[in-house]
Design a protein around this ligand. Structure first.
Ligand code: NAD
Ligand code: UDX
Length: 481
C-alpha cells in the first residue's frame, strides 16, 4: 500500500488530501500539522475551514484511509510520497520584505524530512513557491544524505476556495514537474498514477521543474490581471455612461478572450493573488527585469485603486462625510462560499470608512466576530502603497465596529449599505424591509454587482453599482479618485 503524508493541513492540504483519499481507497493518506487546534478540528464534526462538499468527502474516508495527526515526524518517516503544503506568505521583514515569499515554513519542513527519513521518498511541492525553489530543497534534503534518494516534484495546486471540491474532482489540468533524469521521470510517473485514479490522462501535464513552479505564479498573475483589467474598465464606464457588464460580455464573446473571470468588483482578495504577484515581481527584479516587474506591479496598483475608489465614492455620495453615520457592511469574506478573510477587500474598505469616522455594522454568513476584529486590528504590511494601512486600535474597533447575526440587524437605522462579498443570500434580501428601517436618503453601494439596481431604485434607494451608469445623485457628488 502506497503511503502519502501531507505536511500542512490548511485550505490546500486538507481538501486535496481528502479527495486523494476518496478517489484512491488503496492509498493511506495522513495529513499532519504543527497546529494542534487545526488537527483537532479536522478530527471533529466542525472542520477548520468552510468549503461546500468538504464535510461529505471527509466523512466518507476519515478513519479508513484518511487520517489527521500532529505526529509529523512519524508519518513523514513512514511515507513514500510527502506533499509539502505549508504556508508561503509574503516576507514582512529582511531582504525582499513586502514582495519575496517567506520560505521559513518550507525550509523547516524540508529539514525535518531530511532528519527523519530512513527510506527513499518523493517530495512534492504543493505550496506555491518561487521558481527554482526545488533546487534549494534538493540541497537541504541531500546535504546530510544518508544514502537516501529524494526526488523532488513540483505539483502546484490550482483549486479556488469556495469551489475546491469541484475543482479537485474535475481539474482543468494537473501539473507535475520533475527532473529530466530516469529517477525524475519515475517519480513523475508515480505521482501521475495517483491522479490517474480519477483525472483523465490528457489532463495530466508533465514538464520540467522550473516550468511547473513558474506556471503557478503565471496562472495567478494572468487571472488577477483579468480582474484588474475589467476593474480599470469599470472606472472608465462610470465616467462615460458605458455599462461594465455589457462591455465584459461583448469582450468575453471573443473566443480568444473567453467569458470567465471578467466580473468587475470592489477588488480581488484572497491569500494567493497579491502574494504570488508580489513574488513574481521580486523574482523579475532579482533577474534584472525591472520592466517586467513594473508591468505586473500595475495589476496590484489597480486593485488598490479600485478599493480606494470605492471608499471615496461612498464618502463623496454621502455629502462628503460618513462621520458618526452607521454604515452596514454586507459580506466580509474575500469571496462567497468561504469563511476566509485573507487579503479580503473588506479590510481596506472598512478601514477607509472608519478613517472617515463611520460606525460600521458588519454581517457575513461565515465570518465570526473575533476574526473580523483580528483582521481590522492587524498591522498590514505596506508593499509600496499608501492605502489605509494603519491598524485600528482595539478600542476603536470596539467603539466603531459591531458585528451582527443577520443582514437586517446590520442595516437597521443605517445610512448606507455596502455589499462587499457576492453571497447568494444577498440577492434575495427583502430590500423593501431594509429600506423602511434605514435613515433617508438610503444608499446601496454594490461592490459586487449582485443586486437588481433598478428594483432598488424603485423602492427609493440611491444605488451605486461598480462600473454601471451613475444615478443623477451620484453624478452630482463626484468622487475624487
Ligand atoms: P494555510 O495557512 O491554510 O495552511 C498551511 C498549514 O501549514 C498551517 O496549518 C500551518 O500550521 C502548517 N505548517 C506550517 N509549517 C509547518 C511545518 N513545519 N510542519 C507542519 N505544518 C506546518 O495555507 P493554504 O491556504 O493551505 O496554502 C498553502 C500553500 O498552498 C501556500 O503556498 C499557498 O500559496 C498555496 N495555495 C493556496 C491556495 C488557496 O486557495 N488557499 C490555492 C493554491 C495554492
Ligand atoms: C485563486 C485562483 O483562482 C486559484 O486557481 C489558485 O489556486 C488560488 O488563487 P482563490 O483566491 O481561492 O483562487 O479565488 P478566486 O476565485 O480566484 O477569486 C479571487 C478573488 O478575485 C476574489 O476576491 C474574487 O471575488 C475576485 N474575483 C474573481 C473578481 O473580483 N472578479 C472575477 O471575475 C473573479
Amino acid at each position: 500500500m502506497v503511503k502519502i503524508c501531507c505536511i500542512g493541513a490548511g485550505y490546500v492540504g486538507g481538501p486535496t488530501m481528502a479527495v486523494i483519499a476518496l478517489k484512491c481507497p488503496k492509498i493511506e493518506v495522513v495529513v499532519v500539522d504543527i497546529s494542534v487546534p487545526r488537527i483537532t478540528a479536522w478530527n471533529s464534526d466542525t472542520l477548520p475551514i468552510y468549503e461546500p462538499g468538504l464535510d461529505d468527502v471527509v466523512k466518507q474516508c476519515r478513519g479508513k484511509n484518511l487520517f489527521f495527526s500532529t505526529d509529523v515526524e512519524k508519518h513523514v518517516h513512514e511515507a513514500d510520497i510527502v506533499f509539502v503544503s505549508v504556508n508561503t506568505p509574503t516576507k514582512t521583514r529582511g531582504l525582499g520584505a513586502g514582495k519575496a515569499a517567506d520560505l521559513t515554513y518550507w525550509e523547516s519542513a524540508a529539514r525535518m524530512i531530511a532528519d527523519v527519513s530512513k527510506s527513499d521518498k518523493i517530495v512534492v511541492e504543493k505550496s506555491t513557491v518561487p521558481v527554482k525553489t526545488a533546487e534549494a530543497i534538493e540541497k537541504i534534503l541531500t546535504h546530510n544524505s544518508k544514502g537516501i534518494n529524494f526526488q523532488i516534484l513540483s505539483n502546484p495546486e490550482f483549486l479556488a476556495e469556495g469551489t475546491a471540491i469541484d475543482d479537485l474532482f474535475k481539474p482543468d489540468r494537473v501539473l507535475i514537474g520533475g527532473r529530466e533524469t530516469p529517477g525524475g521521470q519515475k517519480a513523475i510517473q508515480a505521482l501521475k498514477d495517483v491522479y490517474a485514479h480519477w483525472v483523465p490522462e490528457a489532463n495530466i501535464i508533465t514538464t520540467n521543474l522550473w516550468s511547473a513552479e513558474l506556471s503557478k505564479l503565471a496562472a495567478n498573475a494572468f487571472l488577477a490581471q483579468r480582474i484588474s483589467s475589467v476593474n480599470a474598465m469599470s472606472a472608465l464606464c462610470e465616467a462615460t455612461g458605458a455599462n461594465v457588464s455589457q462591455v465584459a460580455y461583448a469582450v468575453g464573446k471573443d473566443s480568444r478572450i473567453g467569458p470567465k473571470f471578467l466580473n468587475a468588483s470592489v477588488g480581488f482578495g484572497g491569500s494567493c493573488f497579491q502574494k504570488d504577484i508580489l513574488n513574481l515581481v521580486y523574482i523579475c527584479e532579482c533577474n534584472g527585469l525591472p520592466e517586467v516587474a513594473e508591468y505586473w506591479k500595475q495589476v496590484i496598483k489597480i486593485n488598490d485603486y479600485q478599493k480606494s475608489r470605492f471608499v471615496n465614492r461612498v464618502v463623496a455620495s454621502m455629502f462628503n462625510t460618513v462621520s458618526n453615520k452607521k454604515v452596514a457592511i454586507l459580506g466580509f469574506a474575500f469571496k462567497k462560499d468561504t469563511g476566509d478573510t485573507r487579503e479580503t477587500p473588506a479590510i481596506d474598505v472598512c478601514k477607509g470608512l472608519v478613517g472617515d469616522n463611520a460606525k460600521l455594522s458588519i454581517y457575513d454568513p461565515q465570518v465570526q466576530e473575533d476574526q473580523i476584529q483580528r483582521d481590522l486590528s492587524m498591522k498590514k504590511f505596506d508593499w509600496d502603497h499608501p492605502l489605509h494601512l494603519q491598524p485600528m486600535s482595539p478600542t476603536s474597533v470596539k467603539q466603531q465596529v459591531s458585528v451582527t447575526m443577520d443582514a437586517y440587524g446590520a442595516t437597521k437605522d443605517a445610512h448606507a449599505v455596502c455589499i462587499l462579498t457576492e453571497w447568494d443570500e444577498f440577492k434575495t434580501l427583502d430590500f423593501q424591509k431594509i429600506y423602511d428601517n434605514m435613515q433617508k436618503p438610503a444608499f446601496v453601494f454594490d461592490g459586487r454587482n449582485v443586486v437588481n439596481a433598478e428594483k432598488l431604485r424603485e423602492i427609493g434607494f440611491i444605488v451605486y453599482s461598480i462600473g454601471k451608469p451613475l444615478d443623477a445623485w451620484l453624478k452630482d457628488m463626484p468622487a475624487v479618485a
